[in-house]
Design a protein around this ligand. Structure first.
Ligand code: FAD
Length: 384
């Protein structure tokens, strides 16, 4: 790349992580261009509801992008296993916090970030523009975009990849869990009382996240059972959910369903010459521990802090410092989440016993409970 760059930092992907990064850089010396393949209103139709940690709320508040009206607080988390003993309860009061975390629809999170981005003159946004090719050299990166049939070429000093989950990328290792998450918003007879439920079953974890006056569920099952669940009418789906969860709540209705195949996808190298990968494109985790976006948010925050003080944002030393700084949090969160999935998604009797003992220990032994809770609340700051 020899000509003067069109922008300093080109962020590919205006999902929650890309937008957070752009906002965190808005007051820096760098010009930022956000590029996304989808139209502006696409996020509103995303079926995910995300559990956001207390730490995530603090970062989003700093960026004035916390959508307080769309957040439902989680004050308690109840963890148990179906057909096995042992249960643990975590409570916000134990951590002197207003809440352990919050649940928000992906669309509401993205809307608050997009609204804030629109008010920042230092950030340019190109929508319906898909990156199809990019080449880096020592001076910068040239990116080819397809914009509604037109081809556009942009030069930048740094290309940040925030395009979300990478499929078919040889630089990414994949562990397929052979589980699919079936998502829906459901209603119960009992009020949720700001309690989330994590119920481990032989099929996989079943999470109930309080959202407005119902729950958002993540119903994890083998692919063939997901086919079956997706084909049921609402009444039969509610009955299947009731059978999986047990009788502690009474389900009375369910909204539209969606499904996601689940795998651990880890990019081995998160930086290259004038390129860096953040959020889901760097690591895609199983949703069981609600870590994915929280981790991506911390990627964005740490990268922005380093870039803000670097006159040339693409300089190798800055990118290497970023990769080093994120290693423990990435690997710790991936191992933690992967461990839970593998320990809890089976019906092997000795493991069921070990899980029961583990849950009992979590409940009776505060240091064990605090170890888990602090990682959910603070992420990197809690790793040794
Ligand atoms: C079922 C499920 C439940 C989850 N629950 C939680 C939870 O409770 N808590 C939590 O923290 N996380 C959770 N996650 C993870 C969370 O959804 C992701 O970590 C988060 O959305 C990642 O954000 P991102 O910005 O990296 O990627 P994305 O949200 O995928 O955004 C990527 C953006 O890049 C754009 N794009 C893609 N390719 C191109 C291209 N070539 N050119 C231009 N633009 C492009 C896309 O249009 C999109 O807007 C869950 C995930 C799933 C599947």
């Amino acid at each position: 790349m020899s000509a003067a760059p069109d922008t300093d930092i080109l962020v590919l992907g205006a999902g929650p992580v890309g937008m957070t990064l752009a906002l965190a850089l808005a007051a820096s010396r760098h010009r930022v261009t956000l590029v996304d393949a989808a139209p502006a209103d696409a996020a509103a139709g995303d079926p995910r509801a995300l559990a956001l940690s207390h730490g995530a709320r603090q970062l989003l508040e700093t960026l004035e992008a916390w959508n307080a009206r769309a957040a439902t607080a989680i004050d308690h988390i109840h963890i148990s296993q179906r057909d096995g003993f042992g249960r643990a309860v975590m409570t916000a009061a134990d951590y002197q916090l207003p809440s352990l975390g919050y649940v928000m629809r992906y669309g509401d999170l993205a809307a608050a970030l997009a609204e804030r981005v629109a008010r920042m003159p230092a950030i340019s946004v190109l929508r319906q523009s898909r990156a199809v090719d990019w080449r880096a050299d020592g001076a910068g990166v040239g990116v080819t975009l397809q914009q509604q049939g037109e081809v556009l070429r942009l030069g930048a000093r740094l290309l940040v990849h925030a395009e979300g989950t990478p499929y078919d990328d040889p630089a990414v290792s994949v562990r397929d869990y052979r589980q699919h998450a079936v998502l829906a918003e459901v209603r119960t007879r009992e009020p949720h009382g700001r309690q989330a439920w994590e119920r481990f079953t032989a099929d996989g974890p079943l999470a109930l996240l309080p959202l407005e006056d119902g729950y958002a569920i993540v119903f994890t099952v083998p692919p063939a059972k997901a086919d079956w669940l997706m084909g049921l009418d609402d009444e039969a789906f509610v009955a299947a959910l009731q059978a999986q969860f047990g009788n502690r709540l009474t389900f009375t209705g369910a909204g539209p369903r969606a499904r996601f195949p689940l795998a651990l996808r880890l990019r081995q190298e998160t930086v290259a010459q004038r390129e860096v990968w953040v959020g889901n494109t760097a690591q895609t985790l199983h949703p069981v521990s609600g870590q994915g976006f929280n981790l991506g948010l911390r990627d964005a925050w740490e990268l922005a802090s380093l870039l803000a003080s670097s006159p040339d944002p693409g300089v190798a030393a800055t990118l290497q410092a970023y990769a080093r700084g994120r290693r423990t949090d990435r690997q710790g969160s991936a191992l933690f989440t992967d461990g839970i999935v593998r320990l809890f998604s089976n019906d092997i009797a000795p493991l069921r016993l070990a899980r029961g003992l583990g849950l009992l220990a979590l409940d009776l032994f505060p240091p064990a409970r605090h170890f888990v809770a602090k990682r959910m609340i603070w992420g990197a700051r809690a790793w040794p």
